[in-house]
Every structure is written in structure tokens, then in C-alpha cells.
Design a protein around this ligand. Structure first.
Ligand SMILES: [Zn+2]
Ligand SMILES: [Zn+2]
Length: 413
């Protein structure tokens, strides 16, 4: 697979297909290592041998542990990300098909899926920002072990130059398609159609790039060892299932990216109104201490979510109404507006959305460093666990106490 060619990247036939029953790769489709060969002629034999040998090869566990818990910069996921972004090993222009006429003279650009000006700069206060360190695989048990591991390596600091970067637009389209939210002087959010489409495009272009990067990572991982696909008992690990979910969701999102681009094109060229629905919430604060841009699924509908610090902070959620309106969002907006002069009431009613959708699901999420430093270790551990696994194993009392602190610091009140 050539990860620098749009037509190859967005052709479903270039990816493996997994059996819906047992998630195993299908023989007559592309191989999981993305060599371009059919699975039956490529990795199948070695995968089958690994399934048999897994149980009786004791050094495998150590080998896998070694692969997953190297130092950060030696982790395969880290290397894949670094090469994708900095060597531009994964690069394309997402606008290629709909807008055409890409700027081929220049290489594709590293661009920010969180708008650099309005979002990142305003979030950062001139410092680095904080993100979850999703490369680190924390293996081990026990409360103290977890606490140490998470507070030491569950998060990392990142320069805003490098935060939320993808290589998914040519220079020309990166400038043209985001002018209403990135150009100087467009520092405020007015809720216009064009801004809503541009924010939606930011969110989906991040998600698509991130999914392609993860597929590449899995293909590299299985090239490294076929044992990743099996548990110590010889049963299948989640490897093929994860791979299958990624490829399927990439091709569920792809048409939605095209739709945003098409509506943007119609609006720009012929002033035709888009059908994108948007609900936005102006937070009664001067600033919110986190930002994000990515896809969320709410009531089975794909939503484009953004949290920004324009002149005022906003939560912006857009979607296409294929399954009708999203009732829970309409109710939330109604409740939010009812609290018109009650600042606390407004902030409180948004919390379930922030926690339940954003903190739990977001990958492309960044925190203000000063605010993050105010979190107690308990809250850092809690936030990390919620992000990784949701709230199911967390006692109610811990949850409500940590939520209070999180809410207070993220809102800066
Ligand atoms: Zn192969
Ligand atoms: Zn382009």
C-alpha cells in the first residue's frame, strides 16, 4: 500500500476483509500486513503456525511484553506516528477528489486539526499543552503501581507546533478550506454555515488520518510478529477484531468526509446552504481549559465535535440528520437555554456531555498545562482510567468527588 496516494488509501479493496463471524482475515482479500498480496498467499501460513505454537513457546510472552513496554520513543506506535507525521509517510490531500486541482508542487502540509490560532494558542497561554499518552501501554497490577505509572507516563507535554497534527491537506486547500476559522481577524465564532462546515472538516480529517495511522501501526505490528494475534492459550487476541473495526469505521467515515467537502464546495462556489445541523453552546466563562476536535457517535449518529476558545469558549456539535434529530442534544440545548442567567446551572448541565462523550472518547484532546498541574494525583489517575476504560469499575463516591474537581479545574471556576 502506498500511504501517499489518495486513490490507494481510500479504496476499500486495498485493505483486508475480516469474517463477520470470527474476525479472521478472508483468504482472497488483501493481507493484514498490507503488502498488496492476498492473505492466503502472504501471512496466512505464519499466522496459523503462530496460533499452534503460541501455547508451547514460553519466550513469546516476554517478547510481546518487550514490544509493548519499551521506552516511549522505541514503541512501534510512537515510531509509526513520528514517521507518518514528520517524514510524511502518510500524506494526502483530503480535498483531492471533491475540489481537485491540488497544489502538487509543494508537499502535503503538516496541518493542525485543532485550529492553531483560535484553539491551540488560546488554550496554551504560551506554554506547552498536555495530552493523554496513548502510546504507553501500562502493564501491571496493583493500586500503587497504577498510580505511579499513570502519574509518571500517562500524560505528556507537547508543543503546540506539534499538537493535533495530520498531513491531510495540500498547502493550497489547507489555506482555502479553513479561511473562515483560521485567517487573522476571524477570531470569533459566529455559528455561520461556513464556520460550522470548516470545524466539521477539522474533526473528520483528524479521525480519518488517525484511523489510517492506526491501521498502519497494526500492519507493522503483525509484520513484526504474528504472535500479537493470539493469547497465551492460543485463542485469538483482540488484534483482528480491532483491525476489522478500524477498517470498517474508516470506510463509514470516508463518505461523511466527502459530504462535508461537497457541501463546503457548494457553499463557497454557489452559495448553496448546507444540510449540516449544528448545535452550539457558548460557555459562560472567559476560557475552558481543554480543547478537542473529533468524531463522536451520539444516538447512532456520527457527530463532528469541537471545543474551542474563540473570544468566548464554545462547544460545537454538527451532524447530518440521517436518523432524524439527536433528541438528547436538543433536550440539552433546551435545558441549557432555560438556565439563561444561571451560570452554574449552565455549566452543570453540560458536564454529562463533557464527561460522557468528550473525556471518555476523545483522542484529539488537549489540556491547559497550568490547569492540569492543579489536578491531584487521584484525579489524574481517575481521568486516565476514565479515558481508557470508561467509568464502570470506579466506585460512585470516587467518581463524584473526582468529577467535582475535574469540573472546577476544567471550567476554571
Ligand atoms: Zn502479509
Ligand atoms: Zn489539495
Amino acid at each position: 500500500m502506498n500511504f501517499q496516494l489518495y486513490d490507494e488509501l481510500f479504496n476499500r479493496n486495498n485493505y483486508p476483509v475480516f469474517s463477520p463471524k470470527d474476525h479472521l482475515p478472508m483468504d482472497d482479500k488483501m493481507c493484514v500486513c498490507l503488502s498488496g498480496e492476498l492473505y492466503e498467499n502472504c501471512c496466512k501460513k505464519e499466522v496459523e503456525e503462530a496460533a499452534i505454537n503460541r501455547k508451547k513457546t514460553p519466550y513469546v510472552d516476554e517478547m510481546l511484553e518487550e514490544i509493548y513496554s519499551k521506552k516511549d520513543k522505541k514503541l512501534l506506535s510512537y515510531i509509526t506516528e513520528d514517521k507518518s507525521l514528520n517524514k510524511k509517510n502518510i500524506s494526502y490531500c483530503a480535498a483531492n477528489k471533491v475540489f481537485g486541482d491540488c497544489d502538487n508542487k509543494n508537499h502535503m502540509r503538516r496541518s493542525h486539526t485543532l485550529s492553531r490560532g483560535i484553539v491551540l494558542k488560546n488554550l496554551s497561554d504560551g506554554e506547552k499543552v498536555i495530552r493523554f499518552n496513548d502510546h504507553k501501554v501500562i502493564l501491571g497490577e496493583g493500586k500503587d503501581f497504577l498510580r505511579n505509572a499513570i502519574t509518571q507516563s500517562g500524560y505528556s507535554e507537547i508543543d503546540i507546533e506539534d499538537a493535533s497534527v495530520t498531513v491531510s491537506f495540500c498547502k493550497k486547500h489547507d489555506v482555502e478550506l479553513f479561511s473562515s476559522i483560521e485567517t487573522d481577524g476571524n477570531g470569533n465564532y459566529s455559528g455561520s454555515n461556513i464556520q460550522n462546515l470548516e470545524y466539521a472538516l477539522k474533526a473528520i480529517s483528524f479521525d480519518i488520518y488517525y484511523k489510517i495511522m492506526n491501521i498502519k501501526f497494526l500492519s507493522e505490528l503483525i509484520k513484526e510478529t504474528k504472535y500479537v494475534a493470539f493469547n497465551p492459550t492460543g485463542s485469538k487476541s483482540t488484534f483482528f477484531r480491532d483491525y476489522s473495526v478500524l477498517v470498517n469505521s474508516l470506510f463509514e467515515l470516508y463518505p461523511l468526509m466527502l459530504k462535508v467537502l461537497e457541501e463546503l464546495k457548494l457553499l463557497l462556489r454557489d452559495n448553496i446552504e448546507p444540510s449540516l445541523e449544528t448545535i452550539s453552546f457558548e460557555l459562560p466563562l472567559s476560557k475552558v481549559n481543554f480543547s478537542l476536535s473529533e468524531i463522536m457517535v451520539i444516538e447512532d449518529t456520527v457527530c463532528y465535535a469541537n471545543v474551542i476558545n474563540a473570544e468566548k469558549p464554545y462547544i460545537i456539535i454538527s451532524y447530518y440528520k440521517n436518523n432524524g434529530r439527536i433528541i438528547s442534544l436538543d433536550k440539552l440545548k433546551e435545558q441549557f437555554d432555560l438556565n439563561h442567567s444561571n451560570k452554574r446551572g449552565k455549566l452543570k448541565c453540560l458536564w454529562p456531555l463533557i464527561k460522557g462523550e468528550f473525556l471518555i472518547n476523545a483522542q484529539n484532546i488537549y489540556f491547559n498545562k497550568k490547569a492540569f498541574k492543579k489536578f491531584s494525583d487521584d484525579v489524574k489517575v481517575y481521568l486516565y482510567l476514565v479515558h481508557r476504560e470508561g467509568t464502570k469499575d470506579i466506585p460512585d463516591k470516587v467518581e463524584s468527588e473526582c468529577d467535582k474537581e475535574l469540573m472546577r479545574i476544567l471550567y476554571g471556576v
